[in-house]
Design a binder for this molecule. Structure first.
Ligand code: SF4
Length: 582
């Protein structure tokens, strides 16, 4: 029986036996994981044991998260939800499932309403949460049919108080979910081929792809097939259900690099060799949060038929060599920073692939200033794709169902989510373009938004997130609306990313103007919600993180004034063709 000081004690099938015997039947444990082959680690690596690397024989001591994963694999929580928790309700959930393994099924406890950001750091997790969950629906590659979107919308309306967020990882995140309703929600999702499996947790998260994969004439390569094959083989696979930390993947042949390969753990970036062969350039070790690092090129050329195998080998390197001792050093970026791409390549080839991969070319620079696929884009079959801005990703089930209807009426029922919190309707014939633009505009969904609305993203923030210090979604909407009024002629592509805390879910480091939520002092000396500003971040050619300027801290009330000041200064000083980031 797992112990809870606050909750009803319930038997958790399978967990107790594992604890007693310490032999675990957890399939992804070190004892049962697929055998790593190749040379024994050099003796000098013994010094690395303190980092908690399985491949070097490290086992103990475990941090609480590693202990939780060793006690029972995260995926086992699904059965307990079906057998037990749907009947006991929230108060019957064992704490190690509640704040640990639930994430393996896309469930996070939701922040209780009305707790100010200043309390986040001082309250215990159970004091910050209410009895509802956030639920992430996994949409690999952002690919949705109208039937799928209708089901997601219906779930939001019926079970989630009609709130839905399109995230910057191409997911849809629902709120206000009760554990009692989760089995029925899964039944409906699975009836249309969707799931919440491994949408969170120390697992291979939703894999990104260009929303226009297979549609545009100028893409380097269509990654749809290799991504689908990888998801099919490895989603929910115990081989990779106990990784040191989250594992973010991108596979894309987009000429604009819209999935941000620079900030994913592992990315396959479409390239063409001098001989005209198409394949992928492998990048590893990107990630943001409190220690942002840009991914590095491994320097190998991966043929399409090799992608799934190479992805699994990279994931195995992370599983076996990732740093498990300290959770804040567990992402792959820390290992890559220590090893460098050359050693990563050597271990990948020697110990996992057992062959050398050929050298390959780097990706071409992005072709356009903006990577968001907003607007009207010509498809290679002569029809059109219409990308449009929501309100910083916030929408409703009702609205999603309406978008599904419009996609059927004006297109062929294909919808895509983007990595910039936008949606795209595909397959719109020329004569249907303007009617669809108008129909979307009537729903306040803008195919031709202002630069401010188009470029603003916001994370979940204080409304629902237990880690948040600052409310973000509404604030970001108010901010772009205010800037539209104050600077009506501003038309330079711009990104404004609003984050509720330093974890950077909305990527403040890569924005032209990045807001990182924190408590700041106002003019009267009171601590209030505000932001540390980071300026000048960008991906692509000469990618760089925004700079934190001393003294650039603003209260929430000051953000519009601050942006206006910065943008007017840019307009006055810019030279011909000079973008904001320059
Ligand atoms: Fe929550 Fe912070 Fe992530 Fe925003 S950045 S969703 S506040 S953890």
């Amino acid at each position: 029986m797992l112990r809870s000081p606050n909750r009803q004690r319930l038997p958790v099938p399978g967990v107790r036996a594992r604890r007693r015997s310490e032999d675990t039947t957890v399939t992804s444990s070190p004892e049962t994981r697929p055998t790593r082959t190749g040379p024994r680690p050099p003796r000098r690596e013994a010094a690395q044991r303190g980092q908690g690397q399985w491949a070097l024989g490290y086992r103990e001591p475990l941090n609480p998260n590693e202990r939780m994963k060793k006690d029972a694999d995260g995926l086992t929580v699904r059965q307990r939800i079906l057998d037990t928790y749907q009947h006991t309700g929230f108060d019957g959930i064992d704490p190690s499932d509640l704040r640990g393994r639930m994430r393996w099924m896309g469930l996070y406890t939701q922040r209780a309403q009305g707790i100010p950001g200043g309390k986040t750091a001082v309250l215990e997790p159970e004091e910050l949460e209410d009895s509802y969950f956030m639920l992430r629906v996994r949409i690999d590659g952002g690919q949705l049919s109208s039937d799928q979107l209708r089901v997601v919308g219906g779930i939001s309306t019926e079970f989630g108080r009609d709130v839905a967020d399109v995230t910057d990882r191409q997911n849809v995140q629902l709120h206000w979910i009760r554990i009692e309703d989760v089995p029925e929600i899964w039944r409906r999702l699975e009836s249309v081929g969707l799931s919440t499996t491994e949408a969170c947790g120390d697992t291979p998260r939703t894999m990104l792809n260009c929303p226009l994969a297979g549609v545009l004439e100028d893409e380097v390569v269509d990654a749809t097939g290799v991504l689908a094959q990888t998801v099919e083989k490895y989603l929910g696979n115990p081989e990779f259900s106990n990784l040191p930390r989250k594992w973010k993947t991108s596979m894309s042949g987009c000429v604009d690099h819209c999935t941000g390969h620079e900030i994913n753990d592992v990315s396959f970036v479409g390239v063409r060799t001098a001989d005209g062969e198409v394949g992928y350039d492998l990048w590893v070790g990107g990630g943001l949060s409190t220690n942002p690092m840009l991914a590095q090129r491994v320097g190998v050329f991966v043929r399409p038929e090799e992608v799934t195998e190479v992805w699994a080998a990279c994931t195995s390197v992370f599983r076996d060599y990732g740093y498990r001792r300290q959770r804040n050093r567990a992402r792959l970026k820390f290992l890559v920073a220590d090893w460098g791409p050359e050693r990563f390549r050597q271990v990948l080839q020697d110990e996992y692939l057992h062959r050398a991969l050929p050298d390959g070319p780097p990706p071409a620079p992005p072709q356009h200033d903006q990577r968001d696929h907003v607007g009207v884009m010509r498809q290679k079959d002569g029809r059109n794709a219409l990308g449009f801005a929501l309100r910083t990703g916030r929408t409703s089930g009702t609205l999603l169902a309406r978008v599904a209807e419009l996609a059927d009426e004006h297109g062929a029922g294909r919808i895509r989510t983007t990595a910039q919190q936008k949606l795209v309707v595909l397959d719109v014939p020329d004569e249907r373009v303007e009617p669809l633009v108008t129909a979307l505009a009537e729903l306040d969904l803008q195919v031709r938004p202002s630069a401010f609305r188009r470029g603003t993203m916001a994370c979940t923030g204080l409304e629902f997130c237990k880690l948040a210090i600052v409310e973000t979604k509404q604030h970001a909407q108010d901010l772009y609306a205010e800037l539209e009024k104050r600077l009506p002629d501003f038309d330079t592509p711009l990104s404004i990313n609003v984050n509720g805390c330093p974890n950077a879910c909305a990527r403040f480091q890569t924005a032209d103007i990045g807001f990182k939520g924190s408590m700041v002092r106002d003019d009267s000396g009171e601590m209030v919600e505000g932001f540390q500003v980071h300026l000048g971040g960008h991906l692509g050619v000469e990618a760089a993180f925004g700079r934190k300027f001393r003294g650039h801290k603003v209260t929430k009330a000051e953000t519009a004034d601050y942006c206006e000041r910065v943008l007017r200064g840019y307009v006055e000083r810019r030279e011909d063709g000079e973008g904001f980031a320059a």
